[in-house]
Design a protein around this ligand. Structure first.
Ligand SMILES: [Mg+2]
Length: 231
């Protein structure tokens, strides 16, 4: 029987590193980008990070990344080695950002500005999670955008920025095309990645104890993911 080559798509927060109190407080293992390079080499270059963070933000934590990467939920993509992969989506309109800023100030919520979106974090104010979600959903509807809920966070992004589309884009071109994709992620936004992998003949692995509609397998946490990948 012919061996099927695997392609691996990896979420970052909660999948490769433990989630921290604030997005800036995560602890990344030393030489992390070099470790990712080794893993990518073992996979013939068929490795991509697919994160809600912007690419620059990922590199601030990991060091310069040579592996393929999709930041901002796929709104911004790079091939291994740094070449652009497809068009990049625009940042959110300034008027939308201003509305979110005013809301965050009023409700004392932590606002994270991203190159292609904005996220309201309620980890420090769990009682505000629901009103933050409702506010962002209403704003998304008014402006033709998408509100993405996650763990103690809701993010506003352009329609079309989702992890499933990022997988589709990578799987449509070398070195990913024709291989079996695996998506590993912990949060709701990763369900799109799992579903895309199923469509391409692969599967999803959910991380942690969140129930998953689309994943076929489960790993207990970031340490288990890193161990499984020998990362
Ligand atoms: Mg995650």
């Amino acid at each position: 029987m012919a061996r099927v080559a695997l392609a691996v798509f990896l979420d970052f927060d909660g999948t490769l590193v433990e989630i921290a109190e604030t997005p800036g407080a995560i602890k990344v293992p030393g030489s992390f980008s070099a470790r990712l390079d080794l893993l990518s080499d073992r996979l013939g270059g068929r490795l991509a990070l697919v994160s809600g963070r912007g690419i620059e933000d990922l590199e601030n934590h990991c060091g310069a990344l040579a592996v393929a990467v999709a930041g901002s939920h796929g709104a911004d993509r790079r091939m291994a080695g740094g070449g652009r992969h497809g068009p990049s989506l625009d940042p959110l309109p300034p008027a939308v950002i201003a509305e979110i800023e005013a809301f965050a100030l009023r409700e004392v919520l932590d606002l994270e500005r991203k190159p292609h979106g904005a996220a309201l974090h309620s980890r420090m104010a769990p009682d505000k999670e629901v009103i933050a979600l409702r506010f962002m959903e209403a704003l998304a509807q008014r402006h033709g955008l998408n509100a993405k809920p996650g763990k103690k966070v809701v993010e506003l992004v352009h329609r079309g920025a989702d992890k499933g589309r990022a997988v589709d884009a990578f799987m449509s071109a070398p070195p990913f095309i024709g291989t079996q994709p695996v998506f590993i992620g912990d949060d709701l936004t990763d369900e799109d990645g799992f579903a895309a992998c199923r469509r391409w003949g692969g599967f999803g692995i959910v991380v942690g104890d969140r129930p998953s509609e689309q994943a076929l397998y489960r790993l207990s946490g970031p340490a288990a993911v890193r161990q499984w990948l020998q990362l």
